[in-house]
Design a protein around this ligand. Structure first.
Ligand code: ZN
Length: 242
C-alpha cells in the first residue's frame, strides 16, 4: 500500500537518550506541575479563547473516510499530519518550554506524566525532554517502512492499530501540556484559533477511529486533564460529536 502525501524527510528533532515510545500510561498524581497564572479558571477555558477556531461547525465532515481511500492509509496520513502540525506548534514555543519552566510533564494542577523506559522503569522527565522523546520516537516509526509502508503492495504491520493508539495517547499528552503550561504563549502568538482547531480535529479524528480512551482525555477525578474540559465544552457547543 502506498502512503500518499507523506514527506519522506520530516524535520529531525534532536535525539534524546531516553529510549523508545512508551506503550503504557503512567501518571503521577499530586505533583504541582506548571502553575496556571490566571486565577482559578485557566484562560484556555475562558471566552473568547476557548471557542476561537479556524473551522466553524462540526468536525465530523473532515474526519470522515473519503470514498475509495483505504482506512489504514487514511489513519496513517492523518497521524503524519498531526505529527507535523504538533511538531511545528511545539517548535515555535520550544523556547518557552525549558527544564526550568517545565521540570515535569504536567497537564493539570495535579497531573504529571511519567516516561516508561524500554526496561519498563518509570522516569520523571522534564516536559521538553519528554516531548522530544515522543517526537523522536514517532519520527522513527514514521520512517519505518514496516509500520508506515510507502510502497504499493505493502501491507500495514499487524501492530499498526496498537502503535497508532500509543502515538495518539502521547500526542494527547503534548496537547494537554501545551494547554496547561503554555496557553499564554499560544495567545501571545495569536495562534489560539489555529491551535484549538488542531486539537478539535485531533479529538474528532481520535473518536471516529477509536484511537482515544475517554479516561485519557478526562484524566482521573483527583487528577483531571485540564484540556479534557475543552472536549466537554466543544461537545456541548456541537463542535464535536457528543
Ligand atoms: Zn512546557
Amino acid at each position: 500500500m502506498s502512503f500518499f502525501g507523506r514527506n519522506k524527510n520530516p524535520r529531525k528533532r534532536s535525539p534524546t537518550p531516553t529510549g523508545s515510545l512508551s506503550r503504557e500510561n503512567s501518571i503521577n498524581e499530586g505533583g504541582s506541575g506548571a502553575t496556571t497564572p490566571h486565577g482559578d479558571k485557566p484562560l484556555y477555558l475562558c471566552s473568547p479563547f476557548a471557542d476561537a477556531a479556524l473551522v466553524n461547525g462540526n468536525f465530523k465532515t473532515i474526519v470522515t473516510l473519503p470514498r475509495y481511500v483505504d482506512r489504514m492509509e487514511w489513519v496513517a496520513m492523518n497521524i503524519y499530519d498531526f505529527y507535523t502540525n504538533l511538531n511545528e506548534f511545539y517548535g515555535v514555543i520550544t523556547d518557552c518550554c525549558t527544564q526550568q519552566s517545565c521540570p515535569t510533564m504536567s497537564a493539570g494542577p495535579n497531573l504529571n506524566y511519567s516516561w516508561i523506559t524500554p526496561d519498563r522503569k518509570q522516569m520523571s522527565l522534564s516536559a521538553p525532554t519528554y516531548i522530544d522523546s515522543v517526537m523522536s520516537s514517532v519520527q522513527n516509526l514514521l520512517e519505518d517502512e514496516t509500520m508506515f509502508p510507502t510502497k504499493s503492495g505493502q501491507d500495514f504491520h499487524q501492530a499498526f492499530p496498537t502503535t497508532i493508539r500509543h502515538i495518539y495517547r502521547q500526542f494527547l499528552r503534548i496537547f494537554a501540556h501545551i494547554y496547561h503550561a503554555h496557553f499564554h504563549d499560544v495567545l501571545n502568538l495569536r495562534s489560539e484559533p489555529h491551535f484549538n482547531s488542531l486539537f478539535a480535529h485531533f479529538l474528532a479524528f481520535g473518536k471516529e477511529y477509536g484511537l482515544l480512551d475517554v479516561k485519557d482525555i478526562k484524566g482521573e477525578p483527583n487528577a483531571p486533564v485540564g484540556a479534557g474540559l475543552l472536549w466537554e465544552r466543544w461537545k456541548e457547543s456541537g463542535k464535536l460529536e457528543a
